[in-house]
Unconditional design. Structure first.
Length: 353
């Protein structure tokens, strides 16, 4: 089953944090593929994608085939960023470029293709339920459109406090994004094993930040959550200006359906420069996080960078690795403040020393 049909991590933050240089060697958690593809725009020598879920690898493979076989606007249609009635035909043009497993995976899911492959994950279906069933009971369409038009910071704050942040918004949001309901309908229960405190309270504070401190008008993630499509602003890999460079370097991408820890055991010491680690550490107990970081440090060259997010569980390099990894605290905090995928509690950037 697809957990994430899109990458819900801000690729602009990732690219600025990692500062990938031409010729470098990158590792990236595949997830749905968007941010892994975004790294190719910086002309690295190699991007190694890894994910333990074969459905996520199928998402990455379909995107790779789409970048090869389709024009930019057609990729947007296939993903669902633009409306389309011809997704089955677009898929047929990509199909022959897929490996046997990914082809069988997508052949068995014509409904997901019709829906737009970026809407087909468990998380995206949960967000669609919120958008279609819960949101209309609180805010009419025109108020959602008003929110997404943004404005000056003062206008955004006034609108949010006076019209959006009502008692019913907070109450229904708390129910829908409560731990029990998320575990039942959206995220897997195991994802919350290491979480303390109220998920909904954390998320409500981050929503306020995204709607007031940041401008909703240029936030593709918020647009998708509230409308089911990206607005005029798109995530990095889907922007027209990045399409050609990603496609030009697509042969430099390889992927593996493995756990990160298994892949690291196969890599040579001092072979990586940049690592996009999504928020995988959050799913691990502290001792496993420490072991994975240690294994990562072994395969990283001095000066290599590791970027990762924490949604709800604080994970950063432990003291035992203080001489091996240096946190770039202020750069990470600066990037977290303008992270358009606003729900994360923190963003971590660490450098191999
Ligand atoms: C960590 S999840 C998080 C996605 C996104 N940040 C979110 O919370 O909505 C991203 C991807 O990591 C993969 N993943 C999780 N733990 C992993 C591991 N130890 N090794 C390889 N992939 C892993 C999952 O299958 C998923 O596709």
């Amino acid at each position: 089953m697809i957990s994430y049909a899109q990458c819900w991590e801000d690729a602009d933050v990732l690219l600025e944090a990692l500062d990938v240089r031409p010729g470098q060697h990158c590792l990236s958690i595949a997830s749905a593929g968007d941010n892994t593809l975004a790294l190719l725009a910086r002309a690295p020598a190699q991007v190694i994608a890894v994910d333990c879920n074969p459905a996520q690898i199928a998402c990455l493979e379909l995107r790779v085939a789409a970048y090869r076989a389709l024009a930019h606007g057609e990729v947007l249609e296939l993903i669902g960023s633009l409306a389309s009635r011809r997704r089955a035909a677009l898929y047929r043009r990509c199909r022959s470029l897929l490996g046997a497993q990914a082809r069988a995976f997508w052949d068995a899911r014509p409904d997901d293709i019709d829906l737009g492959v970026g809407a087909a994950g468990r998380l995206e279906r949960y967000l669609a339920l919120f958008r279609d069933r819960v949101l209309p009971a609180i805010h009419p369409r025109r108020r959602v459109e008003r929110l997404l038009r943004g404005g000056t910071r003062t206008e955004r704050e006034e609108f949010y406090d006076r019209e959006w942040d009502t008692w019913s918004w907070r109450a229904l949001f708390r129910v829908f994004f409560s731990r029990a309901f998320m575990a039942l309908a959206g995220r897997e229960r195991s994802h919350f094993r290491y979480v303390d405190g109220s998920i909904a309270a954390h998320l409500l504070a981050r929503v306020r930040h995204a709607c007031t401190a940041l401008d909703p008008a240029d936030n593709p993630y918020l647009h998708w959550i509230l409308t089911g499509a990206h607005g005029a602003a798109r995530p990095f890999a889907l922007r027209a200006e990045n399409f050609g460079t990603i496609r030009a370097h697509i042969e430099r991408l390889q992927w593996h359906c493995l756990r990160l820890e298994e892949l690291l055991a196969r890599l040579h010491p001092d072979s990586l420069d940049r690592c996009n680690l999504s928020d995988v550490f959050e799913y691990m107990p502290p001792e496993q996080h420490e072991a994975a970081l240690r294994a990562l440090r072994r395969v990283c060259r001095p000066g290599a960078r590791l970027a990762y997010w924490n949604l709800l569980v604080p994970r950063r390099r432990p003291e035992s690795l203080a001489t091996r990894l240096a946190p770039l605290v202020s750069a990470a905090a600066h990037l977290h403040a303008r992270d358009k995928a606003f729900f994360y509690g923190s963003f971590v950037l660490e450098e191999a020393v």
